[in-house]
Design a protein around this ligand. Structure first.
Ligand SMILES: [Zn+2]
Length: 183
């Protein structure tokens, strides 16, 4: 009976999103990089050549971010640099096609059920609307987890240490973190 209920619940879920692995993970157990497609859809679609970018880079992944988010990340990047912390953007704005490719790759590699919890589809991803950034490397992500509220930047999902959105005012309080997109 429980299995049937689960199946129904899974089928009813829109094809959202994220969480890698079990719902609750110690931060150190989490993958330290955001997902990238196995094949590039090109810079015009939001790919970042080499996998890292700075807030001032002239790439669609950066220039198509929400301007307020971009400004907040720029300020954070400057301060991280001053603190001698490695800090860069690994993913920003993504075209719907790019996001769909991430999702399709996840289905291929992990199966549909896991894909639903690990990658947002093109309709639900905050990356597609330019309202999310992924930060790397691990050092930079942890720094922003500690200091993000100074800029209004919040970690959204407990199982994505790299994913940040502008969800409060500088000095404000972030909304309660979700375990993953399904929690
Ligand atoms: Zn993200």
């Amino acid at each position: 009976m429980a299995a049937v209920t689960l199946l129904v619940a899974a089928a009813a879920y829109p094809l959202i999103e994220r969480a890698a692995g079990p719902a609750v993970l110690a931060a150190r157990d989490v993958l330290d990089t955001s997902p990238r497609p196995s094949g590039s859809t090109g810079q015009a679609g939001g790919d970042i050549p080499g996998g890292t970018a700075a807030p001032d880079d002239d790439l669609p992944a950066i220039t198509r971010l929400d301007p307020a988010l971009r400004a907040a990340v720029r300020q954070a990047a400057d301060d991280a640099d001053t603190a001698d912390i490695d800090f860069w953007i690994t993913s920003g704005w993504r075209s719907p096609a790019y996001q769909q490719k991430l999702y399709d790759d996840a289905v291929r590699n992990k199966g549909a059920a896991e894909a639903r919890r690990t990658v947002a589809d093109a309709e639900t991803s905050q990356h597609v609307s330019g309202e999310a950034v992924d930060i790397g490397p691990t050092e930079g992500a942890y720094w922003l987890i500690q200091h993000g509220t100074d800029y209004g930047l919040c970690q959204v999902y407990a199982n994505e240490i790299w994913h940040f959105e502008l969800l409060t005012r500088p000095g404000g309080t972030c909304p309660p973190m979700r375990e993953d997109a399904e929690g």
